[in-house]
Design a protein. Structure first.
Length: 349
């Protein structure tokens, strides 16, 4: 396993991070524990979850199960100091199926305090290493949207200054070691950094955004923050919801796959996606690689990526994902990737 610094925290995190958003729906508690055991045995020391998981599919009945499964594993194994644990607080939900704290879950002090304590209880731990804002309180282009043409913040939107002040409290209390953001924009990252500097508040260590061969928008603007300001990119959806494995080519939807169980995720359903995916799968085959390995090894290799958040519903998928750390793509493969990117840039934001 390889390790990189998490922002300016001094923590060394594995380049492969174990994602967990299928635990509690597609994966049982026993399967979640087996994944944790295997990942740690392979040198993975970074686990990412959220109060809103699982989301495959979204269900009010299962929300919070993922953290509970991790908590029962922590209680049973007693290895809390052997890994770095990250979780997230949900931003305002416009989804009637999934509400948090009565549906009034703006990113204010009340909600963040309640969310931290609830996560600690489910996780059966007394501290969280990295506590992240899952998505902003304000309206931003995210989860497949492109650009911002007008300001349309809903009534009651909480300013970043108030959110960061509320995030600083659990850091001072010792409940949280470091904070980060997710699904954030360049402006948002700049504002968090400005406020932490000007008001002596907690400094964001990371940004968790989508990044893959099908979505390289992070490179335009945000990557400079990672490189200059040490705001670590924790890349999620590196396989673009499984599209880069090639299993959906030709319109096939395998039973039990993401598309079969979570049809609400449409960010990768763009007209250009099938062609782009097919081209990347062809590159993998040309170099004798599994398509998933090519896609993951590409993300692992980017200088602004600190950790690549992988997810698996089967032991075989987990083994393939973790093993990608041992693959270095040849220059010829990287050149072929760039050639496709020039023709079909960012088909899936």
């Amino acid at each position: 396993m390889l390790y990189r610094k998490l922002g300016r925290t001094g923590l060394d995190v594995s380049v492969i991070c174990l994602g967990t958003m299928t635990w509690g729906s597609q994966n049982t508690e026993a399967e979640a524990h087996a994944q944790l055991d295997y990942a740690l045995a392979q040198g993975v020391n970074f686990i990412d979850t959220a109060e809103g998981y699982p989301v495959t599919p979204v269900s009010a009945e299962t929300t919070g199960k993922t953290e509970e499964y991790i908590g029962s594993w922590i209680a049973g194994r007693g290895k809390r100091d052997d890994f770095i644990l990250a979780t997230k607080v949900a931003g305002p939900s416009r989804d009637p199926v999934r509400q948090f704290r009565g549906g009034n879950n703006h990113l204010d002090r009340r909600n963040i305090e309640l969310a931290v304590d609830a996560s600690l209880k489910r996780l059966q731990t007394d501290y969280i290493d990295l506590y992240q804002v899952h998505w902003p309180d304000r309206k931003v282009p995210s989860f497949g949207a492109r650009g911002l043409t007008e300001l349309a913040d809903p009534e009651g939107t909480v300013p970043i200054a108030e959110t960061l002040d509320a995030l600083t409290d659990p850091v001072k209390a010792g409940k949280v070691r470091h904070v980060g953001v997710s699904n954030e924009t360049a402006w948002g990252v700049a504002e968090y950094l400005r406020l932490s500097r000007d008001q002596a508040q907690a400094r964001i260590a990371s940004i968790q955004n989508a990044y893959s061969l099908l979505n390289r928008q992070f490179e335009a603007g945000l990557s400079e923050f990672s490189l200059r300001e040490d705001v670590s990119l924790l890349a999620y959806s590196p396989l673009a919801s499984g599209n880069l494995t090639g299993k959906y080519l030709g319109g096939v939807i395998p039973a039990g796959s993401r598309r079969a169980v979570a049809s609400q995720f449409v960010r990768y359903d763009s007209p250009q996606q099938p062609e782009a995916s097919a081209r990347y799968v062809a590159i993998a085959h040309a170099f004798g690689l599994d398509p998933a390995t090519l896609a993951l090894a590409f993300v692992n290799s980017r200088p602004f990526v600190t950790s690549n958040i992988i997810g698996a519903t089967s032991p075989e998928q987990l083994r393939t994902a973790i093993a990608s750390i041992d693959v270095t793509l040849p220059d010829e493969a990287l050149a072929a990737i760039e050639a496709v990117n020039r023709i079909l840039p960012d088909p899936c934001p």
